[in-house]
Every structure is written in C-alpha cells, then in structure tokens.
Write a protein that binds this ligand. Structure first.
Ligand SMILES: Nc1ncnc2c1ncn2[C@@H]1O[C@H](COP(=O)(O)OP(=O)(O)O)[C@@H](O)[C@H]1O
Ligand SMILES: [Mg+2]
Length: 415
C-alpha cells in the first residue's frame, strides 16, 4: 500500500495543496514556514480519525471555534486506487495540536467495485471492525456489520471492498511520525519505569504519534528482551563497533510487588499480589554510567532516531529533519538507512540539510513554497525545472556537483 496523492484543503497553510509523493522516498525542502510540517500533520490527522467519536463526546466545544478542513487521500493498493475523503471539523489546542471534533468521510473505489457511487463510512467504524472483531464498544456489533453490509451492497460495494477499507484503516493506524522535538530536554526523561512481570506494561509499541521519552525507553527495553536481532543491529550501529556513541546499555530489573484488595458482593475480601519489575536503564559512556536523564540532548535524539529507524514496524514513516542534533559524520549513514528502508515502505522526510540532499536522488526531492494567495504549494523538482534545465542539472550532478551544493546557492528554490 502506498499513498499516491493527497489533497489538503483549508488546513493551516495548506489552502488547497495537491501533493503527489514518490512511492518510495519523498524529501521535502523549503523555507521555514512554507508548510512542510503542515503537510505531514495533515497525514497524521488521518490517524486521529480512527478514534474521533470515542473522544469527541467528551470534548464538544463551541462551534464557532471549529475550522473545517478537508483531506483527500489516494491509496494505491497493488495498482488499484482507493480514494478516502474526510471533511473534518477541528479545534486547535494550546500546544497547537489538532483535535478532531467530527468528521464526514467518504470512499470511492471504482477500481475495486466498478461502482461510481460513494460510501459514507467513517474510518473509525471500519477500524473498530478490524480491531475489535465483532465486539464493539458502542454496543451490538453484529447489528452494525449487518447494517454495514446492506448499506455497502446498495452502493455496489461487494464483500471485498470492506476488507480493502479494513486494510487501509490498519495501514493508517501504523503510520509513524518521528520528530527530534519529541525528544528535547532529556532531563524530563524518567530514570526508571515499571512493567508487569509478564512483560506487558500497557505502553504502546512503535513510534506512536504521541511518542515520549518513556515510550522510547520502554520500546528499547522490549526490543532488548524480545527481538534480540533488531536490538543487536541497533547496538552495532550506536555501540563501540559502530559510531561509538555509547559503550554499553543495560537494563537493571528490580522486582517489586504490589497488592490490591477488592471486596466482592457479600463482603468477601480478596487480596491479589502482583509482581512488577522496575526497569532502570543505564548508559555507559567513557566508564561512567548515566541515567537517561543525564544524556546529552544530541545523544538522546540520535539514539532515538537510529533505534526507531532500525526497529520500525510501521506501514509508513515520516521523519522531520533527520539532521537535527545528529553529528554530520553520522548523517550519511542515517540517510543511507532511510534510502534502504524506503524500498520496503514509503518514507517522507523534511529537511534543511545539504548533506541530506547530497544523499538523495533528485527524483525524490520536492520543493515546498508558500504563495501569499494560494498557500502551500508542493512540487517535485523535476516538475519545476524545464526539461533542458533538468538535463543540465543531472549532468552537473554526475560530473562535478552535488545537489546539496546546488541547493545552498539557492538555485533549487529560485527556479
Ligand atoms: N493552527 C494553525 N492555524 C493556521 N495556521 C497555522 C497554524 N499553525 C501553523 N500555521 C501556519 O503554518 C506555518 C508553519 O508551517 P510549517 O508547516 O510548520 O512550516 P515548515 O515548512 O517550517 O515546517 C506558520 O507560519 C503559520 O502560518
Ligand atoms: Mg517544520
């Protein structure tokens, strides 16, 4: 599955932004404030649609504060196109994060069904079916899927179309977003965390969109325990045999127990012992062992980026400015990893770094600009350059030049 096109309307700086990303790697370049992050945030918004109704009943607010945005996404599934369109009402919180209040969503899947009709079904309902099977938090799910089937049939959607929508909802649930700003100020990082002795801590795997220091520590620990191969790959890169960022990482496990008391009807008292593990990560750097909160910000961000890249299990990955805080000697290897992984899954990055551009094919570079009347505009470089200009640039790159150098002179952005 790939995203082949996105149209973003009335969302932040994206007034009507049409974006045709590469199926492997897309590198967004452009001045500050041009809308690179907004494009990625619009894609992140899709994943909030999986949970709208469950949350919004708690958060209904003044209608006058809503903004009405529209995100239309073309999914390419084995060469067939499925279009999901979402009209969303949002409010923005004090951290400038979006909260979806309500959405109206439609599906158009002529390639699958042969029908030109649209089906109006929110992603959340689809995701519930895939996630909870027949059970559903809102009540009788069997009724709902029966109703759904009938509704789909009326629109010429067959059984298969529902499974396609389910695949798309799962794909969306596994979109990951990494930004170094998630890992600022390591002193905010806890120095230990607790897991149940059976291993489940209730923390979610993956670079979830709300990723935090603690999630990162937990993910590192769980890879260490369960997936020694991926963990070794990670450690080989950051450890003494790789870039030497760190000499050793260990996880001290301290058994703790807690008991809870519950009273059953009739007055029976039941006491339950629970064995927990307190996990204390330690990072050894030149013979001193540090808590995560004592690591330098650059070390922390680099560890998190490499860990997330190597162990990532997401369906699609977005990375903001991979160059932030990463030592330039290391950046080449990180871009190499990104290039390799982009063969398996679509990756979008935003960047201000000429080193990054030097390691990316020109076909993968997209320029983002902000027009005073049209808002954010994003285009592949090859669509902006005239044919002969593109030919000359390619020749220049093959002989003496580098894309980063060319960009530094401003030539990419001024065409
Ligand atoms: N909640 C918002 N509502 C409207 N516009 C916003 C909002 N948040 C940011 N913007 C606009 O988006 C611009 C930032 O775009 P961004 O995507 O962060 O740029 P960059 O290309 O540097 O990543 C801001 O200058 C502002 O004009
Ligand atoms: Mg940005």
């Amino acid at each position: 599955m790939r995203i082949s096109k996105i149209q973003i309307k009335s969302y932040r700086s994206c007034e009507n932004t049409v974006f045709l990303p590469d199926s492997e790697l897309t590198a967004l370049i452009g001045p500050n404030g041009s809308g690179k992050t907004n494009i990625l945030s619009a894609i992140k918004l899709l994943s909030s649609l999986l949970y709208v109704r469950r949350r919004s009943s708690l958060k209904r607010r003044e209608e006058s504060l809503y903004t009405a945005s529209e995100i239309k996404t073309w999914f390419n599934m084995n060469g067939k196109t499925v279009i999901h369109n979402a009209k969303v009402n949002l409010v923005v919180n004090e951290k400038n994060e979006d909260e979806v209040i309500e959405s109206s969503e439609s599906w158009y899947m002529f390639d699958i069904t042969g029908s030109r009709k649209k089906a109006y079904i929110p992603l959340e309902i689809i995701y519930d079916i895939s996630h909870f099977g027949k059970m559903n938090v809102h009540g009788s799910a069997r009724d709902r899927s029966g109703f759904l089937k009938k509704y789909l049939e009326e629109r010429g959607f067959d059984e298969k179309s529902l499974s396609v929508m389910i695949s798309i909802s799962e794909y969306i649930a596994n979109i990951s977003y990494y930004s170094a700003s998630q890992f600022t100020n390591p002193s905010n990082c806890p120095i230990s965390f607790e897991v149940e002795a059976e291993g489940n801590s209730g923390l979610r795997r993956g670079i979830s969109i709300r990723s935090s220091h603690k999630t990162f520590l937990y993910n590192m620990y769980s890879e260490f325990k369960e997936n020694t191969e991926a963990y070794s790959e990670f450690f080989n890169i950051v450890g003494p045999s790789g870039i030497g960022l760190i000499d050793k990482i260990d996880f001290k496990e301290i058994e703790t127990s807690s008991s809870s008391v519950s009273v059953l009807t009739g007055g029976t008292v039941r006491k339950r012992e629970k064995i927990n593990l307190m996990v204390v990560p330690g990072f050894t750097i030149s013979e001193s062992t540090l808590s995560p909160s004592q690591l330098s910000e650059g070390t922390f961000k680099t560890l998190a980026l490499i860990f997330n890249l190597v162990t990532d299990k997401s369906s699609m990955l977005m990375i903001e400015e991979p160059e932030v805080c990463v030592h330039h000697g290391l950046l080449n290897s990180i871009i190499e990893l990104i290039n390799i992984y982009s063969k398996e899954k679509q990756i979008f990055i935003s960047t201000h770094s000429d080193t990054v551009l030097d390691n990316v094919d020109i076909e993968n570079v997209f320029s983002v600009k902000r027009d005073s009347s049209k808002g954010t505009i994003v285009k592949n470089i090859s669509k902006i350059l005239k044919n002969e200009e593109m030919k000359a640039l390619k020749e220049y790159l093959q002989t003496e030049g580098s894309l980063g150098e060319y960009w530094k002179h401003g030539d990419l952005e001024n065409v």
